[in-house]
Design a protein around this ligand. Structure first.
Ligand SMILES: [Zn+2]
Length: 94
């Protein structure tokens, strides 16, 4: 079952999220969220908006394969790094 996130909660995984609005006042669409981002309210349906993880994608700066200068990494934004574990892929529903 797909986990649904509401406005105000914190993204536990970086990736692309499908956005579904209350009463479908706008067609579903996709947004990118980074680990630690707060899911925003919609200007029209406020807390009626829902976010479903479509595909997780680790930020390049958090991936162990890339060498990034320490001062350019904001660890609070890009952790966890998913080291040693593949990214979770949710089924795409484009
Ligand atoms: Zn809305």
């Amino acid at each position: 079952m797909t986990e649904v996130f509401r406005q105000g909660s914190k993204a536990q995984l970086s990736g692309v999220y499908k956005v579904i609005h209350h009463r479908k006042h706008v067609a579903p669409h996709y947004v990118t969220m980074l680990f630690g981002d707060i899911f925003p309210p919609c200007l029209k349906c406020s807390s009626g908006v829902r976010f479903e993880l479509a595909i997780s994608a680790v930020h390049a700066n958090a991936h162990h394969i890339f060498s990034v200068p320490r001062e350019s990494v904001r660890s609070d934004r890009f952790m966890p790094s998913h080291r040693g574990t593949p990214p979770i892929e949710a089924p795409l529903k484009w």
